[in-house]
Design a binder for this molecule. Structure first.
Ligand code: ADP
Length: 483
């Protein structure tokens, strides 16, 4: 078993963590790593390390920072297989999907390197750039400055990827960082620590503190932390908003979802089936943007659901570390228990089950769930309304476009949606009326680094990726004078 230590500017932490926690492979429940259960003392040291490094890092040019990002990307590329294996061993996602995660993270570091260079080209040596002003009596110049020391808190469903979505723009902006990865998936980020050292990042620019909610809470409430970028549950996001309110901290929150996929009667059946299956079974449905509500036009519902039932029946969870695996176990015992509770609620509510509805095992894993589909789910059902974060799809039919939009928007979340229709114009018009941050038309859930990521309503605050992701780590300053 590997022993992971916190990663700080001057290598070793002076304080002794209260103890060590274990990271368990969810497939066979073997302990794969132990890592510090950090508390306030460890967090204080990490923030001090980030603060010390900020002095020099914020003065580097955006072009220099871009070079570091490219070096991180290349170092990740060299260790892709090792990182993908660590992701699969920590959260049980199929190895192929873990490989996509690594590629997405490489793209992200390279994208922000390019964006930093692009912005640098518009600025003078002091980082100032001209602003168009209509009043001839005045002129003004703009400077984008790093927010300062930032806390990055990530979940277990996309380690490496969510980290890159935060770390790459934070570094590009000139911030120094304290990252707290999920206690379920510390292993992939421990490789990132080695990569930061190998990339020659100045000590203390990136600090990693491992631990559970206690470490996260100490980090977000630390007075020297100027910004928190968090991905996780809506409940924890709300707690962080409360904990940081008095200090008026800059917040980015990427939270839960209960997204819809709307399939019209002119849809290509194959496109629809692939989008439905990918939207709920990719990463075992443990995706904040999972399209866990299927709204299908009544004219094609019988045919679509019959074909869906056949396809889902062929999906079997297996050892995620094999190249053929398409579904693994759920990521941890708590998540398995949570999904099982929802299956029990479905039974108590008398939902009609088309596929699955129970746990299963390949003889090794104890945290596997059959891919599950319920049909004719009433809107009052808890399974229709609440985020399950598992391989559980709830279906309903609709008669009119208005009804589909109303049903999709009848939700406390607003992260994503998919629309499938042969009429692209209609699909786009519907997309414009959906209350969600990202909509896919006739395709799978591809998240491109140039586009934004984040949600409306209880799905969060702010946007990651694209230029918006970089702006989230900068303060804007204008210097105005008489011309
Ligand atoms: P999940 O359901 O994915 O465990 P959480 O929102 O609880 O969702 O966890 C996401 C991340 O937030 C994890 O890294 C976790 O340790 C951290 N976390 C949990 N509680 C807190 C808290 N009170 N303050 C800050 N971070 C927290």
């Amino acid at each position: 078993m590997i022993r992971i230590e916190n990663y700080l500017g001057n290598n070793r932490q002076a304080s002794q963590p209260a103890g060590y926690l274990q990271s368990v492979n969810p497939y066979n429940r073997e302990a794969i790593a132990e890592f510090p259960c950090s508390g306030k003392a460890e967090v204080d040291e990490a923030v001090a390390s980030a603060e010390q490094a900020l002095v020099g890092w914020r003065q580097t040019s955006a072009t220099q920072r871009a070079d570091y990002l490219d070096r991180i990307a290349s170092a990740i590329e060299l260790r892709s297989e090792q990182i993908a294996a660590a992701i699969t061993a920590s959260c049980g996602k199929p190895l192929t999907e873990a490989g996509y995660d690594v590629l997405d993270s490489i793209d992200c570091y390279r994208y922000y390197a390019a964006l930093a260079r692009e912005l640098a080209a518009q600025q003078d040596a002091q980082g100032l750039q001209a602003v168009a002003i209509a009043d001839p009596a005045f002129s003004s110049r703009l400077r984008r400055e790093p927010v300062g020391v930032v806390a990055l808190i990530t979940p277990w469903n996309f380690p490496t990827v969510t980290t890159s979505w935060k770390l790459a723009p934070a570094l590009a902006a000139g911030c120094t960082v304290v990252l707290k990865p999920s206690e379920v998936t510390p292993l992939p980020e421990s490789i990132l620590a080695e990569i930061c050292t190998a990339a020659g990042l100045p000590a203390g620019v990136v600090n990693i503190v491992y631990g559970a909610g206690e470490a996260g809470a100490a980090l977000v409430s630390h007075p020297q932390v100027r910004k928190v970028s968090f991905t996780g549950s809506t409940a924890t996001g709300a707690r962080i908003a409360l904990e940081t309110a008095a200090e008026i901290k800059n917040l980015s929150l990427e939270l839960g979802g209960k997204s819809s996929i709307i399939v019209f009667d002119d849809a290509d059946m194959e496109v629809a089936l692939q989008a439905i299956m990918g939207g709920i079974f990719f990463n075992n449905g443990q995706i904040c943007s999972a399209t866990s509500r299927l709204l299908v036009h009544e004219g094609i519902a019988a045919e679509l659901l019959a074909q869906l039932q056949q396809r889902v029946a062929q999906l079997k969870p297996s050892n995620p570390a094999t190249a053929e695996a398409v579904l693994g176990p759920l990521a941890c015992e708590a998540q398995f228990n949570k999904v099982m509770e929802y299956l029990a609620i479905a039974e108590a509510e008398g939902l009609q089950c088309l596929n699955g509805g129970k746990a299963c095992s390949d003889g090794v894993s104890q945290w596997m769930v059959e891919p599950t589909v319920y049909v004719d789910v009433p809107v009052s059902s808890r399974l229709w309304q609440e985020e399950i974060f598992g391989p559980v799809l709830c279906c309903r039919t609709f008669a009119t476009v208005e009804e589909a939009i109303e049903r999709a928007n009848d939700c406390e979340y607003g992260l994503a949606a998919t629309v499938v229709s042969g009429d692209e114009q209609r699909a786009e018009a519907v997309a414009c009326q959906l209350e969600a941050g990202h909509i896919w038309l006739n395709c799978d859930q591809k998240v491109l680094v140039e586009t934004s990521w984040g949600g409306m309503k209880k799905s969060g605050l702010g946007r990651e990726l694209g230029p918006w992701g970089l702006s989230a780590f900068t303060e804007v300053k204008h210097i105005t004078r008489k011309s």
